[in-house]
Design a protein around this ligand. Structure first.
Ligand code: FUL
Length: 479
C-alpha cells in the first residue's frame, strides 16, 4: 500500500470506530475491580474457640489450650483452591484476643501456646501457602478484644493499630481487610471481668485506622457494615437480595451500624460503588465443633448459596473452620468437592457460543461493540448500543433446539451499573414466550429456571436509564 492510501484507509477506519458510552452513576475503583474478579473465596475461623468449643471466647483462655495436633496449611489452602476459591481471609485475631501470629504487642498469642513449641506463626504459614497455591490472602482482625486490659480506653486503639500494621506490613499482599461489627460487652479485660461499653460511632476513629490500610496495602478492599470498599450483605445465611445493587450511599455508614435490609438490596440511587459480600459458614457455627460434623451444608445447599450471592452481583466468602487437628474435616472437604462438581458440570458448556447472535442495535454499527463480545469470555468487552437505544433486543438462534436451565449475564461494570430490568423469551409454538426475568445485573447475574428446549431465545433489556453495556451472556444446562 502506498503511504497516502494507507493514511486514507486508516482515517476511514477511524471514522467508523465508535466511542464507548459515558459511565452511568458511580463506578468501581481499581481495587474494587480487582476484588470483583475474585467472586468466591474462603474464610478461616480458627482460634482458642476451636479447643474450648465456643463461638465467642471470653478472653481468659490460657494460651496453651491452642494446640492443633496436625496443622497443615497446604491441606487447607489446597482444599479451598479445589473448591474454586480465589483467596482466603484468616481470623488472625477473633473477639477473644488470641493472636495467631507472635505479635510484639501482647503475650496472648501463639508464642505462648504449645503449638510448634511457641515458635509457630499461623499467619505466616497460611499466607505463604496461599501464595504457593496462587490464592489471595486477606486479614480479619477483630476490633472487639475481650482479652485486652485497655479495651474501651484510648490506649487500646493504639494497640489495635499497631497490630494492624504488623499484619499488613509483614505478610505480603493483602486483598481484603475484614472489619467486624460485633462490639463491646462482657469479657476478661486483663482480669477486670466486667462489661465494657463503647460508642462505636466514635471510639474506633475509623477514618484514621483506614488510612493505615490505604498506606500499607493500597489495593486491599476494606469490608465492614458500611465499607468503605465493600459492604456486608446484611445476613449470615448466604444470600444477597433478589435485587441487589452494587451501589449505596456510604455517608453515615460504619462498622457496627447497619440496616440489614438496606445492605441486602443496596440502593439504586446510591452515591457510591459499594458492592456486597456474602459471608456464610459451611457449618452452623463459624468455629469447628465436633457436634456439628453431621450439619455440614450439602453440595446442593452450597450451590444455592453460590447462585444467590455470586449470581446476584455480590462476592461470596464461605467459611471453612479447621478442626482440632488444624485441617479441614473430611465432611467439609466432601461437600466442597460435591459443590465444585455441580458448578463445573453446570458451566462446562456455554450454549450461547454455538448460537447465531443478532442484535437490534449495535453502537455506531461498530463490530467492537457487537454481540460477538458477549461470548468472548472477556469482562472488559461488551455488546453496547447507541446512546438513544436503552431497551434493545438480542436473539440467539441454533440449528437444532438446545436444552438449558441456567442463564448468566454480566455488565461491563467499568461503565457503572446500567440495566434495571431484563427478560428472556423462548420461541415456542410460533410465538415468543417469556421464561425468565430479573432486575439488577452488575458484575454477574445467574438465574435458574425450569428446563427450556428451543432453537431461538430472545434477550430483552426492558428497563435502563441509558444504553446497556452487556459484557457476557451464557445459557447452560445443570447436571
Ligand atoms: C461476626 C462475629 O461475631 C462472628 O463470630 C464471625 O466472626 C462473623 C464472621 O462475624 O460478627
Amino acid at each position: 500500500m502506498k503511504p497516502l492510501t494507507l493514511v486514507l484507509s486508516m482515517l476511514a477506519f477511524a471514522a467508523v470506530a465508535a466511542e464507548p458510552p459515558q459511565p452511568y452513576g458511580p463506578v468501581p475503583s481499581e481495587r474494587q475491580l480487582r476484588w470483583h474478579e475474585l467472586q468466591f473465596y474462603g474464610f478461616i475461623h480458627f482460634t482458642v474457640n476451636t479447643f474450648t468449643d465456643r463461638e465467642w471466647g471470653l478472653g481468659d483462655e490460657a494460651e496453651t489450650v491452642f494446640n492443633p495436633t496436625a496443622f497443615d496449611a497446604d491441606q487447607i489452602v489446597r482444599t479451598a483452591k479445589e473448591a474454586g476459591m480465589r483467596g482466603l481471609v484468616l481470623t488472625c485475631k477473633h473477639h477473644d484476643g488470641f493472636c495467631l501470629w507472635p505479635s510484639a504487642f501482647t503475650e496472648h498469642s501463639v508464642k505462648n501456646s504449645s503449638w510448634r513449641n511457641g515458635r509457630g506463626d499461623m499467619v505466616k504459614e497460611i499466607s505463604a501457602a496461599c501464595r504457593r497455591h496462587g490464592l489471595k490472602f486477606g486479614v480479619y482482625l477483630s476490633p472487639w478484644d475481650r482479652n485486652h486490659k485497655d479495651y474501651a480506653r484510648p490506649e487500646y486503639i493504639a494497640y489495635y493499630r499497631n497490630q494492624l500494621r504488623e499484619l499488613l506490613a509483614n505478610y505480603g499482599e493483602v486483598f481484603e481487610m475484614w472489619f467486624d461489627g460485633a462490639n463491646g460487652g462482657d469479657g476478661y479485660y486483663g482480669g477486670a471481668r466486667e462489661k465494657r461499653r463503647i460508642d462505636n460511632r466514635t471510639y474506633y476513629d475509623w477514618d484514621n485506622t483506614w488510612k493505615i490500610v490505604r498506606e500499607l496495602q493500597p489495593f486491599a478492599c476494606m469490608f465492614s457494615d458500611g465499607g468503605p470498599d465493600v459492604r456486608w450483605v446484611g445476613n449470615e445465611r448466604g444470600f444477597a437480595g433478589e435485587t441487589c445493587w452494587e451501589t449505596m450511599t456510604r455517608e453515615g455508614l460504619m462498622p457496627g451500624h447497619a440496616d440489614p435490609k438496606l445492605l441486602n438490596a443496596g440502593q439504586r440511587d446510591g452515591k457510591d460503588w459499594l458492592p456486597a459480600e456474602v459471608d456464610v459458614s459451611i457449618r452452623p457455627g463459624w468455629f469447628y465443633h465436633a457436634k456439628e460434623d453431621a450439619k455440614v451444608k450439602t453440595p446442593e445447599q452450597l450451590v444455592k448459596i453460590y447462585f444467590e450471592s455470586v449470581g446476584r452481583g455480590a462476592n461470596l466468602i464461605l467459611n471453612l473452620p479447621p478442626d482440632r487437628r488444624g485441617i479441614l474435616h473430611e465432611n467439609d472437604v466432601q461437600s466442597l468437592r460435591g459443590m465444585r462438581r455441580i458448578l463445573d458440570q453446570t458451566f462446562a458448556r456455554n450454549l450461547a457460543r454455538g448460537a447465531k447472535l443478532t442484535a437490534s442495535n449495535v453502537r455506531g454499527g461498530d463490530k467492537a461493540f457487537g454481540p460477538a463480545k458477549l461470548v468472548d469470555g472477556k469482562r472488559t468487552t461488551c455488546w453496547c448500543t447507541d446512546d438513544n437505544v436503552a431497551t434493545p433486543e438480542l436473539t440467539l438462534e441454533w440449528k437444532k433446539p438446545v436444552p438449558f436451565d441456567v442463564a448468566k449475564i454480566a455488565e461491563d461494570i467499568r461503565l457503572g451499573q446500567r440495566v434495571e430490568e431484563f427478560a428472556l423469551d423462548q420461541w415456542k409454538d410460533g410465538a415468543w414466550q417469556e421464561f425468565a426475568k430479573a432486575t439488577s445485573i452488575g458484575a454477574e447475574r445467574l438465574i435458574r429456571f425450569a428446563p427450556v428446549t428451543t432453537a431461538k431465545v430472545r434477550l430483552r433489556i426492558t428497563k435502563s436509564p441509558v444504553c446497556p453495556a452487556i459484557s457476557e451472556l451464557g445459557l447452560f444446562k445443570q447436571p
